[in-house]
Design a protein around this ligand. Structure first.
Ligand code: ADP
Length: 262
């Protein structure tokens, strides 16, 4: 069940990044069945006119559909990459552009990057998937528009502060996705990390987004916390432990991939 859940979460992330591809895929399938129908009709009429044309149209569509699935599979395989020492700030400007394209013009996307952010040990693709899930939730919470803010912070936590968050004392990098949306009622707030919990209409939500984010934070030895006020908005914050081997990571960037430490 664990593996199946992980797989489902992976597919969910794939689905969200590549929603447009499903649409393209459907169009190609429509082209293929259209060609088959035309061939079937010709055969029933006992005529061979245009059959070769329909065959090659159908074949072409099938080949493009296969190429699409290959891209999807290659993408989902990338999800299992191992963690590397990363200063998250370096990937956020490009990520924010992806979010802007995804959420559309009625939602403003702001970036607030901490100066000299500490490095963390993290898988960049998984982090981006987690953040994209959060941004899509934020957009869904703002049907008539609003603001998504993505912020990073160096966060040293003493014993007491760490305990309050279910963490060990130490240095953390915090990354927060905030929205100005509808917020989450208290009863729901306790359930949002449960797999398959969703308040979205059938077909538009899987209830796996936040449980995937939760799993990602856990795997990265961090935690995810959510704060929300109905009518005002929601903050989701991922805490990731500071990676103290920054020097080594800087050196490793100059090594070929097969020589880099994991
Ligand atoms: P899904 O988005 O498919 O419903 P998630 O696990 O990502 O699955 O979210 C579960 C539920 O948590 C959502 O259906 C929604 O009710 C609530 N939720 C998550 N993020 C937000 C947000 N930023 N604002 C308001 N509600 C949210």
């Amino acid at each position: 069940a664990e593996a199946a859940l992980r797989q489902a979460q992976k597919m969910e992330a794939v689905g969200q990044l590549t929603g447009g591809l499903a649409h393209d895929f459907n169009n190609l399938l429509a082209g293929i069945s259209g060609s088959f129908e035309m061939i079937d009709r010709r055969l029933k009429q006992g005529r061979s006119a245009d059959i070769d044309r329909y065959l090659s149209a159908g074949l072409g569509a099938a080949q493009r559909a296969a190429a699409l699935t290959h891209r999807l599979l290659a993408f989902s395989r990338r999800q299992t990459l191992s963690p590397r020492s990363l200063r998250i700030n370096t990937l956020l400007p490009e990520f924010a552009d992806l979010v802007r394209r995804t959420v559309g013009p009625s939602v403003a996307v702001q970036l607030h990057l901490a100066d000299d952010l500490w490095p963390t040990l993290v898988d960049a693709n998984q982090l981006e998937n987690a953040l994209l899930n959060l941004c899509i939730n934020a957009r869904d919470a703002m049907p008539s528009g609003g603001t998504i803010a993505i912020a990073t912070l160096n966060l040293p936590l003493d014993e007491e502060q760490a305990l309050a968050r279910g963490l060990d004392a130490g240095d953390y990098v915090a990354i927060t996705v905030s929205d100005t949306g509808v917020g989450i009622p208290q009863d729901d707030l306790e359930r949002v990390f449960e797999p398959f919990f969703t308040t979205k209409p059938l077909g538009s939500g899987t209830g796996l987004g936040l449980s995937m984010v939760y799993g990602f934070a856990k795997q990265s030895h961090g935690i995810v916390r959510i704060r929300s006020t109905v009518g005002q908005g929601t903050d989701v914050r991922i805490y990731l432990p500071r990676n103290h081997v920054a020097e080594e990571a800087v050196t490793s960037e100059r090594l070929p991939p097969e020589m880099q430490p994991n």
